[in-house]
Design a protein around this ligand. Structure first.
Ligand SMILES: [Zn+2]
Length: 1126
């Protein structure tokens, strides 16, 4: 019909409806005849000329009117037909919104009072309710209040054989049951038993009845009371039997939904501890494991496998970690232990606290088949909204400084450039105290048994007390006594003599090929002789002379000898004396691209099944401890059957390695020192591998609830064989990587009062390419404290007369390491007053990094910044002329040295101490803050403050800043907000960065001040020091999903580039903030479009991560405050 015809029709219908409504309102419906006439007219109109959709929409709207007289006992057949117009979606929505549900329920009740109730009427009503119920969020409550529950239940009980009536009643019951109060009351009324009467072994009859009953049962079992009832009445074995029966007989997989329904019931029952026990007792693990294995080849059965796997994981008996205690294996005595602080709490825990295993039902309502990540992100987002600071007073800058200027005056010495004798101190490097320990290079612990213990290490390897190394002395002359350590097939380190280039060679003194026969020449070999021997060996093929490339050319800031020098003054709690090869050789970023890994379907499931097999076939498990720091003189098992592990070097943190199967190892990380958690970072060494064997590594005590390892991030590996073949580098490696909740947990007491927590497994597989290799694995590109010291020395060497660079020691750390402070700017061009004046009045830029030891990427960004600042480019020169840079490149040296992930030796997150840092417990923070307070006191607060961090759960590089206005917008604290005036300058720098740095993403930036971040550097410097441009810059650990690097994992090259671009951006900021050009940067401050961008980002978080998780077990608690980004 033409549009106007429809309109006509509608208007007539509407008019008639209006009449009906009036009748209703004026309570004239006693005269049902009129109502019936009107409805008949409407019906006629719709049936004759109504366009389809109109008809349906109106059809349902009308039912209310039509049903009214019917409800009053004046029912006619044809009105109900009208009601039964099939429908769904919007039409039902309209019906519900007009109160249709209530009327239907009342009809059920009044109909039930007839004796016997009209079967036809009940059938029709229940069919309707089944359709309407799921659309009405309050259906369950309405039904209960109307007393309809019992009507339906009684109807069911009396008509168990009447399948025609049974089906709609069950459908309605299913909806009733989704309300938890209803579920309990239905359970009391025997509905569980009723369902068990309907469901049963395989039968081709009445499958739809079966399906609905199973769904209903599943819904009822969500109630713990019902689940307990089901366990008490021994229904768990029954369900398992039914499942097996269908599994056996449904060979063509026509009834997947029924099978899934049975599993759904089991899934809910096993949410309670009793249910899990009943499941185990009924051999549920084996049954589900076997059936799932049989389902594996059929892809359409995935939902069954996934649900089975979920149930099995839940029922897998919880266990404590295989450790004597979860407290860190190393302890550092603090100068004083504040009562009530984390360390006091930790060491006051009752004995045996680690033996308590958390059996709580923290697996409730895990709907994890897919999409879990999205839900989690949603949660995070909600949590973040709760976290926004709403106290305007806390958002406003704090005017007064708590410390008197007299006290701050001592910091003047760190700002010589602002004083008369600016040139003092720029030449001398602070001498670091030398260690009294011998330093061992390399670290490989033992030789394969078939090789005789050979090469003594060169002199650096066992510097005795007080001995000074002679850089120019021939390292080839072997030391008089063999070192007490064994080495990887005897690598020796040599150095050229001609002095022009400082290039290192690493040669296998005894290549594997020759190992059996020729004993290595040890004592007294002159350099030439050895070189000749090596030359011969080189022709011998495999394993012959190998040279490390001239890394000095590729890595201008790296020098192995200098590195060892630096290690000597680095103090670690475990007193490490070994040096890891990668830190020694250096890392030359590969030139090839490393793509974000595409996740293979079903990886997680496969891994979980392998874990479950351990329970089912316990005899296959070796359970052999091959590395254990908890045992004094950690044993090295060397029977050729196991890998050898080591992590006793700077930043290493493997605590224990257990060989589970021939090629599978469970690894346990150490907690941060003086704490019992915070593990995520890892760095360890592996040797004794077999070429081509499929190794699987499981790090079993990860803590974060999700990880970029589920989204394409790979671990990093460094092969020494590759390095000595000329490829000294970390590469992204590992396949079948995934991250999932495992069956290890700790008690809530051990967790410091929080609910007990499950641990997570990060698993990866790999095959090794080289025999007799020593490989290193790390969470991210390592960057040790000794590396920093080496880099700083090399940077000093880059100083030219035009560069003003000074290194100070800001303070000592708790562990006795010094915290360097750098000053970089340009020397004044002359000593003229103008020049000196310009020099002293340059605005300050204050940078810091690596407060979180596990965020090594922050150090690589800092390296890029420092290298750029010391560079000879015109840009670098302009930048130095524009600013005075104050840089604390490593705020937490102790954490870095000791392999911590998050904390300092005080067992605390230093980036939560900025509000009131303690000079004893948080010296680096205390003194860094003092520097800033001093600057504020002399009216020289920095133009920019930025603290570099790494982010484990997001991609790209981005910034967090502080904006009062944007915070207020987010919280909708109405009234005052529109009155706020705020300079938008805080957006300029990130905006510039997003335009020039490919890894940087403006859309990921946020300028909201959160409550949980009130003690972070960014917020405190903004609020207390009054720095408007106060930032945290977060770099991804994984990779980018936008820009030039989209789809690639991040590498040191990109991180260093980011650090350099940060500098260039500062230069542009300078131009934009100079008064002359202030007007020209309006385009940069297009806040509105940025905000829209940001908002879009929030809503598209769902697409941020590809949906490749199969079965990730969502952690339902947003615990672990340290999950937070900085
Ligand atoms: Zn951080």
């Amino acid at each position: 019909p033409a549009p106007d015809l429809i309109f006509q029709c509608n208007s007539r219908v509407l008019m008639l409806l209006g009449q009906l409504e009036r009748l209703n309102r004026e309570a004239m419906l006693a005269d049902a005849e009129i109502g019936r006439q009107i409805t008949a007219k409407i019906l006629h109109l719709i049936q004759t000329q109504g366009e389809k959709s109109t008809k349906h929409i109106l059809g349902y709207t009308m039912t209310i009117y039509l049903l009214e007289p019917f409800w009053k006992g004046q029912w006619e057949n044809n009105s109900l037909q009208c009601v039964c117009v099939p429908g769904g979606g919007r039409r039902v929505g309209v019906f519900v919104s007009k109160g249709g549900t209530g009327i239907l329920l009342q009809l059920v009740l009044s109909g039930s009072k007839e004796s016997p109730p009209s079967e036809e009427l009940m059938l029709q009503l229940h069919s309707l309710l089944a359709k309407v119920g799921p659309k009405d969020r309050k259906f369950g409550v309405k039904a209960r209040l109307n007393g309809a529950l019992n009507v339906t239940v009684n109807l069911l009980k009396q008509n168990l054989q009447n399948h025609k009536l049974l089906l709609p009643c069950l459908q309605v019951l299913r909806v009733y049951s989704s309300n938890s109060v209803n579920a309990v009351s239905l359970g009391k009324n025997g509905v569980l038993e009723l369902m068990f009467k309907i469901i049963g072994p395989y039968s081709k009859k009445n499958t739809s009845l079966l399906k609905v009953s199973l769904d209903t049962l599943g819904a009822l079992l969500k109630s713990k009371t019902n689940a307990r009832r089901a366990v008490d009445r021994a229904h768990v074995p029954v369900l398992l039997y039914i499942y097996q029966d269908w599994h056996r007989n449904d060979t063509r997989h026509r009834h997947m939904l029924i099978r899934k329904g049975v599993l759904g019931c089991l899934k809910n029952i096993t949410n309670i501890k009793l249910g899990r026990k009943a499941f185990i007792d009924a051999d549920g693990m084996r049954i589900l494991y076997n059936t799932s294995t049989e389902c594996l080849p059929v892809r359409t059965l995935d939902p069954l496998i996934n649900t089975s796997s979920l149930i099995m994981r839940k029922c897998f008996p919880k266990n404590r970690l295989p450790l004597p205690t979860i407290k860190s294996v190393f302890h550092h005595q603090l100068p004083h232990v504040p009562a009530g602080g984390p360390v006091a709490q930790l060491y006051n825990q009752p004995l045996g606290v680690d033996d308590v295993v958390d059996e709580s039902d923290d697996n409730d309502d895990v709907e994890t088949e897919n999409d879990t990540e999205n839900e989690e992100e949603d949660k995070d987002h909600h949590a973040r909204n709760d976290d926004i600071e709403t106290d305007i007073n806390k958002l406003r800058p704090k005017e007064t400084h708590s410390r008197p200027f007299e006290e701050l005056k001592i910091y003047e010495r760190f700002f010589l450039e602002l004083s008369e004798d600016f040139q003092s101190g720029v030449t001398a490097t602070p001498a670091a105290p030398k260690s009294q320990r011998p330093i061992i290079v390399p670290t490989a612990q033992a030789l394969p048994p078939k090789y005789p213990t050979a090469a003594p290490l060169q002199e650096e390897c066992h510097l005795a007390k007080g001995e000074q190394p002679h850089p120019e002395a021939s390292p080839l002359a072997p030391a008089p006594t063999p070192a007490p350590v064994h080495t990887l097939d005897t690598i020796n380190i040599t150095k050229d003599h001609d002095g022009c280039c400082d290039h290192s060679q690493v040669r296998p003194q005894q290549p594997p090929l020759l190992a059996g026969g020729v004993a290595a020449q040890q004592g007294g070999g002159a350099e030439e002789t050895l070189a000749e021997e090596w030359a011969e060996e080189e022709e011998g093929g495999e394993g012959a002379v190998l040279e490390v490339p001239d890394t000095a050319l590729l890595l201008p800031l790296h020098d192995p000898d200098l590195y060892v020098e630096m290690v000597k003054s680095t103090r670690s709690v475990p007193q490490y004396s070994e040096v890891a090869y990668p830190d020694y050789f250096g890392h030359v970023a590969p030139t090839f691209r490393e793509h974000i890994l595409e996740r293979v379907y079903g990886v997680q499931r496969t891994k979980i099944f392998q874990d479950i097999e351990r329970l089912i076939h316990p005899n296959d498990i070796l359970d052999k401890v091959v590395y254990d720091l908890d045992i004094q003189s950690c044993p090295v098992i060397d029977d050729g059957e196991s890998l050898k592990f080591n992590s006793q070097f700077e930043s290493g943190n493997l605590r224990k390695a257990i060989q589970a199967r021939k090629f599978e190892y469970d690894l346990v990380l150490n907690s941060d020192i003086n704490s019992n958690h915070y593990h995520q970072w890892f760095y360890f060494e592996v040797s004794g591998m077999r070429v081509g064997a499929p190794y699987r590594f499981n790090i079993i005590n990860c803590e974060k609830s999700n990880s970029q390892f589920n989204y394409g991030m790979q671990v990093l590996m460094y092969s020494v064989q590759e390095a000595i073949s000329g490829r000294p580098r970390w590469v992204r490696t590992g396949t079948d990587i995934c991250y999932y909740k495992n069956h290890f947990s700790r008690s809530s007491i051990a967790a410091g009062g929080q609910k007990g927590k499950s641990y997570y497994t990060m698993t990866f597989s790999m095959t090794f390419n080289h025999k007799d290799d020593v490989c290193y694995f790390a969470y991210h590109y390592p960057y040790t404290y000794s590396t920093l010291k080496m880099h700083l020395q090399k940077l000093e060497a880059l100083r030219t007369p035009q560069i003003y660079m000074r290194q100070d020691i800001l303070c000592e750390t708790l562990g006795g390491n010094s915290c360097p402070l750098l000053t970089i700017t340009a020397m004044p061009e002359s000593t003229s007053n103008d020049q000196i004046c310009q020099f002293r009045n340059r605005p300050l830029v204050f940078l810091s990094s690596r407060v979180h030891p596990g965020e090594t990427n922050a150090s690589w960004v800092m390296k890029g910044t420092l290298e750029f600042l010391m560079g000879s480019s015109p840009l670098a020169h302009s930048l130095r002329e524009a600013y005075i840079f104050k840089i604390v490149p490593m705020l937490n040296p102790d954490g870095v040295v000791n392999g911590n992930h998050r904390c300092s030796l005080s067992g605390e997150d230093l980036n939560r101490q900025w509000q009131s840092p303690s000079p004893e417990l948080h010296p680096t923070i205390y003194h860094t803050k003092s520097l800033l307070q001093y600057l504020a006191a002399i009216q020289r607060a920095p133009l920019v403050f930025c603290d570099y961090h790494g982010h484990s759960r997001k991609k790209n590089v981005f910034m967090y800043g502080c904006s009062l206005k944007e915070t207020v917008w987010q919280t909708n604290i109405s009234a005052t907000s529109c009155e706020l005036h705020e300079d938008l300058g805080y957006r300029t720098l990130p905006k510039i960065l997003s335009q020039m740095a490919p890894a940087f993403s403006m859309a990921s930036c946020s300028f909201v001040v959160e409550r949980s971040k009130e003690a972070t550097a960014r917020v405190v410097v903004w609020r207390e020091i009054g720095v408007q441009r106060s930032y945290t810059m977060e770099s991804t650990l994984c990779g980018c999903d936008q820009g030039k690097y989209k789809g690639l994992q991040i590498g040191t090259r990109e991180l260093e580039e980011m650090g350099a671009q940060f500098c260039v951006a500062l230069l542009r900021l300078k131009r934009l903030t100079s008064p002359l050009e202030l007007r020209n940067h309006a385009h940069l401050l297009d806040v509105e479009s940025d905000l829209i961008e940001t908002r879009c980002k929030v809503s598209s978080l769902l697409e941020d991560e590809p949906q490749m998780i199969d079965l990730l077990n969502r952690n339902t608690h947003t615990h672990t405050h340290w999950l937070a980004v900085n």
